[in-house]
Design a protein around this ligand. Structure first.
Ligand SMILES: [Zn+2]
Length: 308
C-alpha cells in the first residue's frame, strides 16, 4: 500500500512574497500507481505517463474552467498518441499508445524527439454543452516535455514559465513544480516603472535559480512535505501557501456513453465490429475496461436509433 500522510496526491498553489510570481507544486503517489495499474507499460512509457499527468495537473490549475482539461500529443515516434485529462474537481486519467518495435530501438532516457518524434501538443478545455471548446496547439519543440510546455507559454500566453517534472515508475511517485511571472497590471506608466521592471526581472531570475536548486529526488521524497520543500527553497523571499487541492484517479467511461457512440454507427459498421460470439467489445483506452454489447443490447440500441 503506497500511502503516507506527508505524501498526498495533491496540488499546492503558492506565491512568492512581494513579487508577481505564482507557483504550483504537484505530488502524486497512489494516483500514479492507479494510472499504471491496468496497463503493462514498458518503463519508458510509464515514466512518460507520470510526467504527462503531473504536467496536465499543473497546466489545468493555471486555468479557470468548469469541465475537462485535456493535454494530448500526437506524433510519429515510438509513442504516437498520449492523452491525460482532468476535471475541474481534480479527477485525472490518461494513457499512451506506443509502437513496441520502435520503442525497443531507443535509449533508456530518450528525449522528446526520440520518444515522440515530430508532431503536436494540444491543450483543450471542454466545458461541455454549448460552451465553446478552447484549443491551443503547438509543435512538439524541445528536448523534454517541460521544454515543450514552456515553449507553449512563451509563444501563446507570453508568460514566463519555469517547470520541473520528474517521475519514477518503480516507486510510483511523480512530482512537478511550476513558477510563472504573472503579467504586470500597470495601466498608467510612471518613471518608476523601469526600476520596477529591473527588480521584477531580478526576482524572477532568483526564483528560477532557487527552483532549479531542488533536486529530482527531493521532489519525489515523500518524507519532505510540499510546504516544507517550498519553505526550504523560498524562506528568504517568503512564500505564501494557498489551499491544497486533492487529486484523484478516476476514469469517466461508461457503457451508456459508448452505447451512444455505437448508436451513431450504421448497421453495416456495427456488423463489422461483431466478434465470433456476436458481441461488440469496446475497450476503454484509459482504464482498459471492456464494455461488452451483446446482440440483445445492440438490437436495443438500433431500435432506439430508429425511433429517434
Ligand atoms: Zn475507462
Amino acid at each position: 500500500m503506497i500511502s503516507n500522510q506527508n505524501y498526498r496526491n495533491e496540488i499546492l498553489p503558492f506565491s512568492i512574497e512581494g513579487t508577481r510570481i505564482r507557483g504550483r507544486i504537484v505530488r502524486l503517489s497512489n494516483v500514479y500507481h492507479d494510472l499504471l495499474e491496468t496497463k503493462q507499460y514498458p518503463e519508458i512509457v510509464a515514466n512518460f505517463i507520470g510526467e504527462l499527468a503531473t504536467l496536465t495537473i499543473l497546466l489545468a490549475d493555471t486555468i479557470k474552467y468548469d469541465g475537462i482539461f485535456i493535454l494530448q500529443t500526437q506524433s510519429d515516434g515510438p509513442i504516437n498518441i498520449s492523452v491525460a485529462d482532468i476535471t475541474h474537481t481534480g479527477l485525472i486519467r490518461g494513457y499512451a499508445l506506443y509502437d513496441k518495435v520502435k520503442l525497443d530501438k531507443i535509449s533508456a532516457h530518450p528525449s522528446v524527439p526520440e520518444l515522440l518524434g515530430s508532431g503536436r501538443l494540444a491543450f483543450t478545455i471542454d466545458q461541455g454543452g454549448s460552451k465553446e471548446r478552447y484549443q491551443g496547439i503547438v509543435a512538439l519543440e524541445g528536448n523534454t516535455l517541460t521544454e515543450c510546455a514552456q515553449n507553449y507559454f512563451r509563444q501563446s500566453e507570453q508568460i514566463e514559465t519555469a517547470i520541473m517534472i520528474t517521475a519514477d515508475p518503480i516507486s510510483k511517485k511523480a512530482a512537478a513544480i511550476l513558477i510563472q511571472k504573472m503579467p504586470e497590471l500597470n495601466i498608467s506608466p510612471s518613471p518608476d516603472d523601469y526600476l520596477d521592471k529591473e527588480q521584477n526581472y531580478e526576482s524572477w531570475r532568483n526564483a528560477v535559480i532557487l527552483m532549479s536548486s531542488i533536486t529530482k529526488s527531493e521532489l519525489l521524497d515523500h518524507k519532505i512535505s510540499s510546504e516544507e520543500l517550498l519553505y526550504r527553497v523560498y524562506h528568504n523571499e517568503g512564500v505564501r501557501i494557498f489551499n491544497r487541492k486533492p487529486i484523484k484517479y478516476q476514469c469517466r467511461c461508461s457503457s451508456e456513453k459508448l452505447g451512444a457512440v455505437l448508436a451513431s454507427l450504421s448497421e453495416k459498421e456495427l456488423e463489422e465490429m461483431l466478434d465470433e460470439l456476436g458481441r461488440v467489445i469496446a475497450k476503454c483506452e484509459f482504464c482498459n475496461h471492456d464494455h461488452i454489447f451483446d446482440r440483445k443490447i445492440l438490437k436495443k440500441i438500433r431500435t432506439l436509433k430508429e425511433t429517434l
